[in-house]
Design a protein around this ligand. Sequence first.
Ligand code: SF4
Ligand code: SF4
Length: 297
Amino acid sequence: MAEVTIKNSPNLESPVIPNLLTGETKIQFRCHKEIKCFNACCSNIDITLTPYDIIRLKNRLDLDSSTFLKDFTIPFEFEKDGIAGVKLMPVESGTACRFMVDEGCSVYEDRPTACRYYPVGLVSMRKQDEYTDTSSYARVEEDHCLGHQEERQLTINEYRQEQGVEEYDEYARGWRQLILKKKSSGATIGKPTKTSRRLFFMTCYDIDRFRIFVASEGFQNSFDVAEERMAKALTDDVELMQFGFDLMKQVLFGEESIGLKPGILDERIEKERQKEEARRQQVESCGNSADREPVDL
Ligand code: SF4
Ligand code: SF4
C-alpha cells in the first residue's frame, strides 16, 4: 500500500500520479471482497500513523499506548534529528500488515487514515511559518490494484465521506500543522532539542504516558489550565491529544498557547536570560555565532 505523506512541496514519487487534485475531482474506483486483488494492497505496507489512528487502534486492541507502540509500530524521523513519526509494523520478516486476515482487515472500523484514503493520498502544504495548511489530493495507481478498472465514478470528497476519513482528518489537523510548520521553518527556529523531541513523541503518540505527565504535580503546578478543560483532557483521549497539540506549539515554537501559573513566567524569563548570557559568553570565547533554540519545558 503506497502512501502519500505530508509534503511541503509537491514533489511526488511514483506510483503517485503527479497531479494535485481537488475534492471535486472524479476518480474511477471500487474495492470489494470479490475483486481478484483482494488484500494485495495490505501485503506490502508503508503506513504512517496519525495520533488519532493510534488512539483508535490501541483502544480497539484494548492496549495502553506504550504497549501498542512497542508491539505494533516502528518510529522514524520526518527529517534527520527532527521530530518523529511512527509507522505500522509489518509481520515479522515480511511486508504484510499484521491486521490482514483472509476476510480482509481485522480492524476495519478502526483502520488508519492512510488505509481509508487509499488509492487517494492527502497532500498537505503550507507557507513558511504559518499554521494554516491547504489540502490537495493525489491519485496512487499501483499495478496490482484492479479497483481502478471497476465501473464506478465518484468525487474524492464522496470517497472521503464513504471511507469515514473526514473525522480522521479533523483530528489529525493539529499534528499535521505542527509537522508542517517545523519542516518549513527549518533554520529560522532551529532543530528541536532532544527534550522537545521526546516530549513531542510522548504527547502525539504515547497518549497514556502523556496523561500521567499532565496529571503530575510538576505539570499541574506549572500550567494554568481551566478546570473543565483539564478534567476533560484527563478523561478523554481525544481531548488530551488536542491539548497536547497546543502544548507542543508552546514547546516547539514558543507560542503562549497554554497559560502558565503566576511566577512560572518570571522563572522562565530568568532561565532564558541566563541561557542567553551563557550563549553570549560562549560566542565571545569561540568567536562563533550560536543558533537560537526553542524554549524547553
Ligand atoms: S490496517 Fe487493515 S486496511 Fe490497513 S493495511 Fe492493515 S489490514 Fe490493510
Ligand atoms: S482493489 Fe486495490 S484497494 Fe482494493 S483490495 Fe485490490 S489492491 Fe486493495
